[in-house]
Ligand binder design. Structure first.
Ligand code: NGQ
Ligand code: ZN
Length: 430
């Protein structure tokens, strides 16, 4: 089927263009024409969500009260582990369905699921070792979001190969079991390799995973918390990013998730490696991680919804810019000399970085997937600025993924049933 969409404005690789028509066949853009009148709205390439743990959507709002002592990332993690231990495959699918609906309504057209809840509650693998990944795939297919599966390798509780904690038992695989899991995932959806962190994989395991990855996407959590930096220094004499840059073949197919605590030398090293930094500003704020020095980072970055405490690409960019303003005591920090409107500049960089990290082609151009979102307004830079900085509700109107329209007038076609399934799962879980 061939379809033509006409827009008043569209964000093309070279910037905003007026009166654009896109011809779509078999899910891909086959031609882009300029000077075609009669269109309405503003079209942008859909944003890749480069880091999500969809199951954590079930606890959004339930961890915002103080415990007996001082709360931290680590006390949040205890609650999160308790949730993880209670979830069955139906729950995982119901919660992912809701999260993916919200992602599509919030401007994301693709998601990388950094997925580690593999096994049954007692830690034994399901009959199908990729049972949970299959549930994520089913949720992605039902909602229409494009999925990159990142089955996570998790084997240790801390640096130096310490034994995993009992409450981590659902995450644990040997390298052999992981290879089987990966192969199975690759039959379900495009897949990459994901050592959870330098805490969870030893140097030998990291080497084996790097070999398995080849040039496929390789994502790893790094330097998110100061306690992790200190533990890494105590173990190796190096900071986490320093360690990785020195001992692993970090390259453009790598995504360093968070990279919050980096020195200027480490930041320069990441940029030189060509790797993408996976920023998750809302989760990093929610968990009290810290602020990545994005203001002068010359490398690639994308955005991720991570814990899914709030799912909205615009809000994620807003938090990114605001965190830099608060730290730098300046305004319009993420704008550049070539793209002065801040929201547009951030959007373009996060698109490119997200696509690189997920191994996707992006941009409204011939040959790229027809994955796009629209917002309503006249002046595109101002409309996007309002969507990011001033809108009280998500500004996304329509969403297409690979030529299939899944959101119309701000609403996903499965919104009501997804919400009902999610509500039932959460009621049982919390
Ligand atoms: C995760 N989340 O894997 O879900 C982690 C917490 C950990 C974030 N880092 C677990 N935001 O890092 O040990
Ligand atoms: Zn994460």
């Amino acid at each position: 089927m061939v379809e033509t969409l006409i827009f008043r404005h569209a964000l093309l690789p070279e910037g905003w263009v007026e009166n654009v028509s896109l011809t779509i066949a078999d899910g891909n853009i086959t031609s882009v024409e300029r000077g075609i009148p009669g269109g309405t709205g503003i079209a942008l390439p859909g944003m890749p969500n480069l880091h999500s743990h969809s199951f954590q959507r079930a606890m959004a709002g339930y961890a915002e009260l103080r415990g007996p002592g001082a709360d931290s990332f680590w006390t949040w993690r205890e609650l999160m582990y308790r949730l993880a231990l209670g979830m069955n495959p139906d729950d995982v699918q119901a919660v992912a369905t809701q999260a993916f609906v919200e992602m599509l309504e919030g401007g994301y057209t693709a998601v990388a699921e950094f997925h580690y809840l593999h096994h049954a509650p007692d830690g034994t693998p399901y009959t199908d070792i990729a049972e949970m990944a299959a549930r994520l795939t089913a949720a992605a297919e039902a909602t229409g979001i494009e999925l990159l599966l990142l089955p996570v390798f998790y084997a240790h509780a801390g640096f130096g190969g310490t034994a995993p904690l009992p409450e981590q038992r659902r995450f644990i695989n040997s390298l052999d079991a992981y290879a089987e899991l990966y192969e199975r995932c690759a039959t379900l959806a495009p897949s990459g390799i994901a050592p959870h962190s330098l805490r969870a994989a030893t140097p030998e395991e990291l080497r084996a995973l790097t070999t398995l990855a080849g040039t496929r996407p390789l994502h790893i959590h790094i330097a998110e918390q100061t306690a992790e930096v200190e533990a890494c220094l105590a173990w190796s004499g190096l900071r986490p990013v320093e360690y990785l840059l020195r001992h692993a073949p970090v390259a453009p197919n790598w995504c360093l998730v968070h990279a919050t605590h980096v020195t200027p030398t480490e930041a320069t090293g990441i940029a030189a490696s060509g790797a993408v930094v996976g920023l998750c500003p809302l989760t990093e704020a929610n968990l009290g991680d810290g602020i990545f020095p994005a203001h002068d980072f010359p490398g690639a970055f994308g955005i991720g919804s991570d814990s899914n405490v709030l799912i909205d690409a615009g809000r994620e960019l807003q938090m990114l810019e605001y965190s830099q303003r608060l730290a730098q005591h300046q305004r319009n920090v993420m704008a550049s000399a070539t793209i002065r409107p801040t929201a547009t500049a951030m959007y373009q960089r996060a698109l490119a970085g997200g696509a690189q990290a997920m191994g996707l082609q992006t941009g409204l151009a011939p040959g790229a997937p027809a994955s796009l979102v629209t917002i309503a307004g006249d002046d595109p830079d101002t409309t996007l600025a309002q969507a990011v900085f001033t809108a009280r509700t998500p500004a996304i109107r329509d969403v297409w993924v690979r030529g299939r329209r899944v959101v119309a007038e701000g609403r996903h076609h499965l919104a009501a049933s997804a919400r009902a399934g999610f509500g039932a799962a959460v009621k049982r879980l919390v």
